[in-house]
Design a protein. Structure first.
Length: 114
């Protein structure tokens, strides 16, 4: 029992250290790419580490989010498999009558034509 508790704590510590390392290395990669490419191409100035960190955070907010609650297949999605609730849509489709399925398919064909 003590060994399992240690493994969980060890994994959490290692995961936290990996997260911090990743958090500190990604802005360095952004800074290196920016400073290596953009000043020559677009005639912009070079950036510092903290400006690269700001770009990283801004891009995560605008384009990626921070992943809160989006992981499926486990407890966060009610135990249903598939990402973003796809299992419930599939279940609904499987429980439809043939007429409902045909109407559903027709609506999606009309949507895709636009």
């Amino acid at each position: 029992m003590k060994m399992n508790a240690f493994n969980r704590k060890g994994r959490k510590v290692c995961g936290g250290l990996f997260f911090l390392a990743l958090l500190s290395l990604l802005p360095l990669a952004i800074q290196a790419l920016w400073n290596g490419i953009l000043p020559e191409i677009m005639n912009v100035s070079t950036i510092t580490y903290w400006q690269a960190m700001g770009l990283f955070v801004l891009s995560r907010i605008l384009f990626g989010g921070f992943g809160g609650g989006k992981h499926c297949g486990g407890k966060r999605c009610g135990g249903k498999k598939g990402s973003f609730g796809r299992a419930s849509i599939k279940e609904k489709f499987m429980n439809m009558t043939e007429e409902e399925k045909a109407a559903f398919k027709e609506r999606w064909k009309d949507r895709c034509k636009r």
